[in-house]
Design a protein around this ligand. Sequence first.
Ligand SMILES: [Zn+2]
Length: 253
Amino acid sequence: MATELLTSSLLPVPHGFATRAGGVSEGAFASLNLGFSTGDERARVEENLRRFAAAAGAPLGALCRVSQVHGDRVLEARAEEGSDGLRPTEGEADGLWTQAPGTWVAVGTADCVPVLLVDPDGQRVAAVHSGWRGTDAEISVRAVELLVARGARPERLLAAVGPAIQRCCYEVSDELGQRFAARFGDEVVSRDAARPHLDLSRAVRLSLVRAGLKAGHVDVLQACTACEPGRFFSHRRDAGRTGRHLSYVLHRF
Ligand SMILES: [Zn+2]
């Protein structure tokens, strides 16, 4: 099966949200597991990354990642000369942005929300990992602030919010439900079931709109990672033993 990259028609640069399709990993990691810290065999993840780069049409040596820690730190990825192989991560953070032509930035997820941002005027791109902690800390807004600090106008920014665990499957504690309702409004929490269900993607979208993005400039992909075991890894559904997707955006204007 070929590598499958989901895209948003809103973003004017190459980008994609990977699915499970097209890799060489087996079992719980079948097949396109792109995360090393999962228990999968390293050689398989490396082959998966080569296939991912081929599908993205970008050199593996220009791929920038971070060691994700569920915080709100966003780093700049700079161009690096002459490396063909996979670069070490840029450090501990949950977002990356770049203004270096040919560089691509990616974040890993398995239920958490991947967010891609594009500043079409300043020609800058960013990728953000936003789980419940990152969403609570509004890491997407931190990324917007970094772009605005370099001259971007928020109303010109474009965002794509990728596949994540959706409201249907994301049961949370009463405490967390209340916390998110207070912060983002009742619309991000459903209380039809015994315990609250949280709509993280919607909270991220609200964050971005509050930060000044136009509502029409935030595309939310509706796929639920927990609902589609054949297509997505899901940390919640698979009780932690699962792979990671990468979501990337390439600096090519
Ligand atoms: Zn679901």
